[in-house]
Design a protein around this ligand. Sequence first.
Ligand code: ADP
Ligand code: MG
Length: 207
Amino acid sequence: MDTATALAWLRAAAAAVERQHEQLSELDAAIGDGDHGTNLRRGFAAVTEALDKLPAGQSAGAVLSAAGTTLLSKVGGASGPLYGGALRAAGAAFPVPSADLDGLAGALRAGLTKVCQLGGAAPGDKTMVDAFEPAVAALERAAEDGFTLREAAALAAEAAERGARATIPMQARKGRASYLGPRSVGHQDPGATSTALIFRALAEVAR
Ligand code: ADP
Ligand code: MG
């Protein structure tokens, strides 16, 4: 992944959030406080603006880090620090100036590890981790098998979407939804859903 692809990815993610923010907030209204779409919409609009102002010649990792810093400063909910921290950690772990598939998978694994450190969630807790983990694992497998970025990103997006759907029967153990206990069962997690959108955006731009 080079700088142009990283920029295209974040812009495609922002466009997807802009298209689907109402659906994300509806999911959050069912098991949280209904602001997930609004939070991400505000955050990704700010990311788009920040990317427009970035000086030329940045590495792909620096682009991801800048987006993470913007999300951290603009999104108040749980998801802002988690996505912001993930992007900053991925940016810091990113090979300079660009990454092959193995390097991208490693950087996103570092981002996922940061989410788990910050939020204390593990797979099965009904959070964004349930989409993020299978997506990173799919990238890692695809790298081992010698797939192209385009093929790998499609597999990662499918894995994230399956992971998001798999949160429906789960009972939330982290975040606001955990306050509902068993009443959180039967609803798709909003953060896992937005993670799937972000990996689908990668699949859209990957060449
Ligand atoms: P808030 O819960 O503060 O209103 P958002 O609505 O923006 O924040 O985001 C909610 C999403 O954040 C959840 O659907 C879940 O996927 C994710 N989330 C919340 N807490 C955690 C956590 N501790 N670890 C991982 N993800 C979490
Ligand atoms: Mg919320």
